[in-house]
Design a protein around this ligand. Structure first.
Ligand SMILES: Nc1ncnc2c1ncn2[C@@H]1O[C@H](COP(=O)(O)OP(=O)(O)OP(=O)(O)O)[C@@H](O)[C@H]1O
Ligand SMILES: [Mg+2]
Length: 321
């Protein structure tokens, strides 16, 4: 549904994004994750036809964003980073105006507006001035204008920024409910945001994609070695020794009754064996758990590896290999 190849944008002599390649399938929610200045908004503005690229190709629903801007605009809804605020308009009037801009036929205007109001939970405030709404409700208005023409693709630039925790949850739920009908790409510099909402993430740093995968696989892929921890009644030396000898365990440390076992990267499934050994040695297993690197760790690793490695800028994906 979204195809990007070799996309590059220079602002003057400085590249904001370089040689981006990715695609998003129909009905997916993909997170575009990166620190400030990574190039998220730049990419999104190009995808929505807001701004031309310097090089490369971007297609939405099969239409080229440069050559077929009208078709692209019909198929895309955009929530920009700083949405224009029409504070003096009522929610209803503004959405009808947005629908007109999106070329919804006159006869369909009312139905399109009502449906957008309903889908974004704006029914109670439909006749209020936008200027008098809370930030969360204004954000809903932003989402409503993005989807009023029922576009195939929704592009949302930092949709929950500046909202309080309750509003964040509401907007996330709303976005999730839009997937399926729409293909969604949303940007964020906050990890919990993408883990809560998206199925897949594309990590961008300094204008280059440094990782792209499902959230689970990305976490697994970046693991140096999984860590298991076990709480036992009797942390005896011979038991710990036996655990150390299990094939796949690289290190066992004990802190009181808590044992921490580091695994060799790529080791096979050995949880049964660990627990069995502890039981045979009568260690008295109280708890067993697997600790995984959080996406936060993965993200830091990806972005700092890239920065610290001194790799040439022509090798964008080497951080993963
Ligand atoms: N109009 C512009 N003129 C010159 N440089 C720009 C312009 N817009 C963005 N840049 C630069 O391009 C780079 C990417 O900016 P962009 O806004 O795309 O990042 P971002 O990932 O959206 O960041 P943020 O999380 O802060 O919104 C930055 O270095 C920024 O300073
Ligand atoms: Mg931005």
């Amino acid at each position: 549904m979204i195809q990007v190849s070799h996309l590059t944008k220079f602002y003057g002599p400085r590249p904001a994004i370089q040689d981006l390649n990715f695609s998003v399938n129909r009905g997916e929610i993909v997170g575009f994750l990166g620190p400030n200045g990574a190039g998220k908004s730049t990419t999104m503005k190009i995808l929505t036809g807001f701004m031309p690229a310097s090089d490369g190709i971007a297609k939405i629903a099969g239409f080229d964003v440069f050559d077929q801007p009208t078709e692209v605009k019909r198929n895309v809804g955009f929530l920009p980073e700083n949405p224009p605020v029409y504070t003096e308009m009522t929610v209803r009037d503004y959405l009808e105006f947005a629908a007109t801009l999106h070329q919804v036929p006159r006869s369909e205007l009312k139905r399109a507006t009502d449906s957008a109001i309903e889908r974004t939970g704006l029914g109670d405030v439909r006749n209020r001035l936008i200027g008098n709404l809370s930030k969360g409700y204004r954000q809903r208005v932003g989402l409503a204008q993005a989807l009023v023409h029922l576009p195939k693709v929704l592009i949302l630039d930092e949709p929950t920024v500046g909202l309080d925790p309750k509003q964040i949850i509401e907007i996330r739920e709303l976005i999730k409910s839009l997937a399926g009908d729409h293909t969604v790409i949303l940007s964020s510099h906050i990890l919990p945001e993408v883990t809560a909402t998206c199925q897949r993430i594309i990590v961008i740093n300094r204008g280059r994609i440094v990782a792209e995968d499902t959230i689970d696989r990305l976490t697994t892929r970046m693991q140096k070695g999984l860590v298991y921890s076990m709480v036992v009644k009797n942390p005896m030396d011979d038991g710990i020794q036996a655990l150390r000898q299990i094939d796949g365990v690289s290190h066992v440390s004990a802190s009181g009754s808590k044992l921490t076992m580091e695994l060799r990267p790529g080791s096979k499934e050995i949880r049964d064996q660990i627990v069995e050994t502890a039981v045979t040695r009568r260690m008295g297993v109280l708890e067993f758990s697997a600790e995984r690197l959080s996406l936060e760790d993965v993200f830091l690793e990806l972005t700092t590896v890239e920065e610290n490695s001194g790799r040439s800028s022509t090798e964008p994906n080497t951080a993963l290999q």
